[in-house]
Design a protein around this ligand. Structure first.
Ligand code: FMN
Length: 260
């Protein structure tokens, strides 16, 4: 059964996939090598994460000096999707740690001062942005925020109780509105497209997938419950976050909370 109302969308998705494939002739194109060193691509890499200015209601997280202490094997064994959340508010320190370790900046391994992200990303362009809806958090007022990577802050987009809105925006998943917070992974497609052209869409999804897995693993290590969902109404969510849905679009939602 097709679960979309839009005519021929499945066919268009197949066409897109085929049309955005790399052909062997690319290897004979000198510009393929040059593009990595071109001025505009260097500028993109140096541009850094997105910053949204907000004069009020911002939340500064504690610095993340003591990360998690659990073996990778144990974290992998503990990782699971859990849809049962406690009514206890989500601990803000743990949540700040979760954001920073999943997609924050760190000094590049083996390299004194250069920074890159805790998640791999195509061309090191860091295309995946994190937005947050605080539903039931300790020390963070309810509302929509953008996670500002360099300052380790949540920047307020809109204050308010969005619980009722969540049940309209998520498809048939009312239980996720009991989470402490929702994390929206948004793909900065414009950034990727200016380097990769039509292949950007594939790469943006992969970048978000890596961040999502980090969120799962760090949640497991911090003892938080988490589940991802692709079931949301795109227009509803993008417009709440002031994203145009084309150059910037939410591609995955993760519900996080204290375990129930
Ligand atoms: C891209 C993606 C989308 C998902 N969408 C949903 C969803 O809409 N609803 C849900 O309850 N779980 C969703 N999940 C969670 C999966 O159902 C879950 O990962 C899978 O059942 C395996 O269970 P585990 O994560 O506990 O190993 C999603 C997971 C991923 C990676």
């Amino acid at each position: 059964m097709r679960i979309t109302q839009k005519k021929n969308v499945a066919d268009l998705a197949c066409e897109y996939h085929i049309a955005s494939g790399n052909s062997p002739w690319l290897l004979k194109t000198p510009s393929l090598r040059q593009v990595n060193f071109s001025e505009h691509v260097q500028e993109l890499m140096e541009e850094g994460p997105r910053q949204i200015e907000s004069p009020i209601g911002n939340v500064q997280f504690e610095s993340c000096d003591h990360p998690v202490d659990m073996s990778l094997a144990d974290v992998l064994a503990k990782r699971r999707s859990s849809r049962e959340f406690s009514t206890q508010p989500l601990n803000a320190d743990k949540f700040g740690k979760l954001l920073a370790l999943s997609n924050g900046l760190r000094i590049k391994a083996g390299n004194g001062t250069d920074l890159n992200r805790n998640a791999p990303s195509a061309g090191n362009l860091g295309s995946c942005e994190m937005y947050v809806l605080s539903v039931n958090m300790q020390g963070v007022d309810k509302g929509l925020y953008h996670y500002d990577v360099p300052s380790h802050q949540l920047k307020l987009i809109k204050a308010g109780d969005f619980k009722e809105w969540i049940s309209r925006m998520l498809l048939l998943q009312a239980e996720l509105s009991e989470a402490g917070a929702l994390i929206f992974l948004a793909s900065n497609q414009a950034r990727l497209r200016s380097k990769y052209g039509p292949r950007a869409y594939r790469l943006g999804l992969l970048d978000a997938g890596h961040v999502s897995e980090n969120i799962y693993l760090v949640s497991a290590a911090l003892g938080l419950a988490v589940t991802a969902t692709g079931g949301f109404i795109d227009d509803e969510l993008n417009s709440a976050l002031n994203l145009d849905g084309v150059d910037d679009c939410v591609v995955l939602v993760l519900a996080v909370g204290e375990p129930g």
